[in-house]
Design a protein around this ligand. Structure first.
Ligand code: UDP
Ligand code: MG
Length: 304
């Protein structure tokens, strides 16, 4: 009989952990699906690890790993994938915003031979207007950068062992699960779900962290910003030709002394274009530096 592993990244989720474990147990046992739950405590500062230990104590289905500090959800997902031993592995949030009923639907599709089953958001649930707007902008940029439609994508997915192995073999440090799981291909399908309301605890995403996340992933998955530098260079070149001709005409007609305003404007314009360009290139270099250092994505300090 095949086993389904469910990876649940958890950061400061002591309020939701027990509930998540119980709900999944009830649903999966009801559906007669063999399963294991892999909780990844992403360096929580509250009692999440204690809750995981408690859940694991009375139940052989529950496993847990604890990070030495907060490494972020992406790292938690990859640690979970590396730990999971099932024939297929699902990733879902442990705040129950991803409905367990959709998990069952994904599993049924896997049984029919699909290898990558992606959860697609039918509706986004309750979010503040600011959050909706920034998330909207984020997905637009991300879709542009990765050439994959991300507007309804989520981290809620079920992957066959083959797909999990492929993902784990990818050497990059700056992993972006959502994009990588569709990049790898395989026989894929989607399951629509409605984002549920969070029952307890709070969202870990601030607008600032979303912007940071967007920049990191856009730089990680696209060289478009570098082409922007070339674009800016071309625009300045056109300006240079026009002004160059004008300057020469002035020189030959004997009006050469005028034009300090133009000089000041040009210095300011070119200065800022160069600075911004250096900044963009510098950002890529810093990403390359991060990758080259080859540090681990996460450090596990405890297991159960
Ligand atoms: N999470 C994590 N590490 C982090 C932030 C979040 O493992 O640094 C987990 C969190 O515990 C939850 C999931 O990622 O299970 C989604 O986080 P959250 O609910 O805060 O995001 P939202 O649903 O608001 O997008
Ligand atoms: Mg959530």
């Amino acid at each position: 009989m095949s086993v389904l592993s469910v990876v649940l990244p958890a950061y400061n989720e002591e309020a939701m952990l027990h509930k998540a474990a119980d709900t999944l147990k009830t649903v999966l046992e009801g559906e007669k699906i063999e399963y294991e739950l892999v909780f990844v405590d992403d360096g929580s500062k509250d009692g999440t690890w204690r809750e995981i230990e408690k859940a694991a104590a009375g139940d052989p289905h529950v496993r847990g790993i604890h990070f030495s500090r907060n490494f972020g959800k992406e790292s938690a997902i990859f640690a979970g994938l590396a730990t999971a031993s099932g024939d297929c592995t699902a990733v879902m949030d442990c705040d129950l915003q991803h409905p367990p009923a959709a998990l069952v639907e994904m599993y049924r599709q896997w049984e029919q031979g699909y290898e990558v089953i992606e959860g697609v958001k039918r509706s986004r649930g309750q979010e503040s207007i600011l959050h909706k707007a920034s998330a909207g902008l984020f997905y637009k940029l991300m879709s542009e950068a990765t050439k994959v439609d991300m507007s309804r994508a989520s981290d809620f997915k079920l992957l066959d062992r083959k797909a999990v192995t492929t993902l784990l073999e990818m050497p990059e440090r700056n992993a972006f699960f959502r994009a990588m799981s569709s990049w790898i291909g395989y026989r894929s399908s989607t399951v629509e779900f409605d984002v549920q309301d969070r029952e307890a605890g709070e969202s870990k995403w601030s607008t600032r962290s979303l912007i940071q996340y967007a920049i990191t992933n856009i730089v990680g998955y696209s060289s478009a910003p570098m082409q922007l530098v070339t674009g800016a260079g071309l625009v300045v070149l056109v300006l240079a030709i026009v002004l160059g001709i004008q300057t020469l005409i002035h020189y030959f007609t004997g009006h050469a002394v005028e034009g300090f305003t133009t000089v000041i404007l040009l210095i300011l314009l070119i200065g800022s274009v160069i600075m911004i360009s250096l900044g963009i290139i510098g950002y890529y270099i810093s990403r390359i530096y991060e990758e080259v250092k080859g540090r681990p994505k996460y450090i596990i300090s405890r297991k159960i």
